[in-house]
Design a protein around this ligand. Sequence first.
Ligand SMILES: NC(=O)c1ccc[n+]([C@@H]2O[C@H](COP(=O)([O-])OP(=O)(O)OC[C@H]3O[C@@H](n4cnc5c(N)ncnc54)[C@H](OP(=O)(O)O)[C@@H]3O)[C@@H](O)[C@H]2O)c1
Length: 294
Amino acid sequence: MHTFTIGGDLEVRRLGFGAMRITGKGIWGPPEDPEGALRLLRRVVELGVNLIDTADSYGPEVSENLIAEALHPYPDGLVIATKGGLRRTGPGQWPRDARPERLKECCEGSLRRLRLDRIDLYQLHSPDPDVPYEDSVGALKELQDEGKIRHIGVSNVSVEQLEQARGIVEVVTVQNRYNLQERQSEDVLDECERAGDHGSAPGTARRSPQIGFIPWFPLAIGRLADSGGPLDRIASDHEATPAQIALAWLLARSPVMLPIPGTSSVEHLEENLAATRIQLSDDEVREIGSAAQG
Ligand SMILES: NC(=O)c1ccc[n+]([C@@H]2O[C@H](COP(=O)([O-])OP(=O)(O)OC[C@H]3O[C@@H](n4cnc5c(N)ncnc54)[C@H](OP(=O)(O)O)[C@@H]3O)[C@@H](O)[C@H]2O)c1
């Protein structure tokens, strides 16, 4: 599996695991089968995945607690990326709260639940319209200065917000909604690719690394796995499933792409990982891209 190096020093395989769906319905409360969720997480790591994405708000707290229960002490090289800045008020409800004091509370909670001294990748879950973005990003900078965060990522941002954040901290990843059919973040993806071309980071002798782009909803909540869609023919040419072609297309779309498909089933996990072995031709990449938009 190809790799990407986050922040210049965390090498991860390019297909990660999204741990949002190991909770109860509405991403609320414990899963129906907690033992099954623990087994799934252990299988994720056994299969060589070393990027797991979570957030304090998944459950809330449930996803992070399960990750620690299943995997702590963590194997070398496993990157757990978590996020803060949302509140949970009930199933399917996600009000934003990215006030600096709240973000610090979120980070402390994640450190405790994940049983870590430092979080490798901490992401600001979403800009909060009631809080100046620079104040939220500034809180993460303070956490980084205190040694509680290694690298900082942002999520659900525009190009302008990404640039604003990059003026305050080194942003190493962006996590936005993106899949074959939903490409509103194309400009943000382009900016992530370009980041590595800007030469040395201001005030340093070192080149700034490319920014990893983590597309959430990579399978459009499984919709892209349905047969009868535009991916069917190419899938059958590759003896693959439509879900695998949707993931292979993402991986082919950009070298900074780090999909984190979420699943609650070992079967789907294995299927998704097998997508990394599919080589699409340039023509197929173009054809899939335009068919899915058509
Ligand atoms: N930053 C943000 O604001 C944000 C928002 C949403 C999500 N995320 C992150 O992104 C990750 C992925 O997003 P997501 O879970 O919403 O969307 P997704 O990965 O596109 O879709 C997950 C859904 O697809 C199904 N699925 C997975 N693999 C499949 C396969 N091979 N065949 C058929 N169905 C399959 C799963 O059902 P089964 O359980 O039945 O496999 C699940 O319901 C999350 O886990 C989370 O870490 C971030």
